[in-house]
Design a protein around this ligand. Structure first.
Ligand SMILES: Nc1ncnc2c1ncn2[C@@H]1O[C@H](COP(=O)(O)OP(=O)(O)OP(=O)(O)O)[C@@H](O)[C@H]1O
Ligand SMILES: [Mg+2]
Length: 254
């Protein structure tokens, strides 16, 4: 049986009189690639903020890898294995691209790291880490900027580096807030293919916010959670979403 790595139950968030997230429930399984879609202001980023502990939810609960993460601080939730990106990318602007990738700590001590501690002088873990970082930059088609300052990147390039940096932390649950906003169409598709392969290869559970329905329907996700004004409108496979009458009326026209 597949195990949920993330379970959100009846999550609600009020900002004063505004109910931004209204009793939202969904889950993400191990190795599953799930899209979260909805119009501007429907509560997608707020949902991420509540899951990752950046905001206290008004009610409801969040479980990460079977542990109750409700009310935990962001750093505690990260230690459980959950990492997220922000809609507005926050890179270390005065560091180079490759340095940005090398900052996040790995989730666990790897055997390589242990070996390197036992054999001072040779540093296989660091070397491996550097190789991983360059290889991620290659995949994200941004290796030519490795030694540029992050402040020199375009908006789309910053998004790509942010994805790479997040993956260097080796998360079990990954939340990406509009990871390809501002990234040109063909590259955005290739990045989704890469994220798709990552979920199965590393058994990561991935939840990706996207605002473009056409795109998410073709992006190779396993399931889509459709949100409207803070509530889950429907949830299903891309095929089920494509055929849902509410979705057709709201997004796809005739
Ligand atoms: N910190 C906050 N204080 C008050 N209201 C907020 C706060 N954060 C979000 N909101 C409000 O909550 C609602 C949901 O916002 P949220 O950013 O979650 O939407 P979103 O679905 O991510 O939208 P977008 O697609 O534009 O990114 C909006 O009405 C927004 O104005
Ligand atoms: Mg948002």
């Amino acid at each position: 049986m597949t195990t949920p790595v993330l379970r959100v139950s009846d999550l609600t968030k009020d900002f004063g009189g505004l109910r931004a997230v209204d009793s939202v429930s969904f889950h993400v399984n191990e190795g599953e690639f799930v899209g979260l879609i909805g119009p501007n202001g429907c509560g997608k980023s707020t949902t991420f903020n509540c899951i990752s502990g950046m905001l206290d939810s008004t009610s409801g609960s969040v479980e990460v890898l079977g542990q109750d993460a409700t009310g935990m601080r962001p750093d505690q939730i990260q230690k459980l294995g959950l990492t997220r990106t922000f809609q507005h990318t926050r890179l270390w602007r005065d560091m180079t691209v490759i340095e940005n990738l090398l900052v996040p700590p790995r989730r666990q001590f790897s055997p390589n790291l242990l070996l390197s501690l036992l054999r001072p002088g040779s540093r296989p873990a660091e070397k491996q880490r550097l190789e991983d970082a360059y290889s991620l930059l290659e995949t994200l088609e941004i290796a030519h900027m490795a030694h540029n300052l992050a402040s020199e990147l375009s908006g789309g390039q910053s998004k790509l580096v942010d994805i790479g940096r997040t993956l260097m932390g080796d998360p079990r649950v990954l939340l990406l807030d509009e990871p390809v906003a501002g990234v040109a169409g063909p590259l955005a598709e290739r990045i989704f293919q890469f994220l798709r392969s990552l979920t199965s290869e590393r058994n990561v559970g991935m939840l990706v916010i996207e605002h473009n329905m056409d795109f998410i329907l073709r992006a190779g996700v396993d399931r889509i959670v459709v949100v409207e004004t803070g509530r889950v409108l429907m949830e299903g496979t891309p095929e089920e979403v494509r055929q849902n009458q509410d979705v057709i009326e709201a997004y796809l026209g005739e």
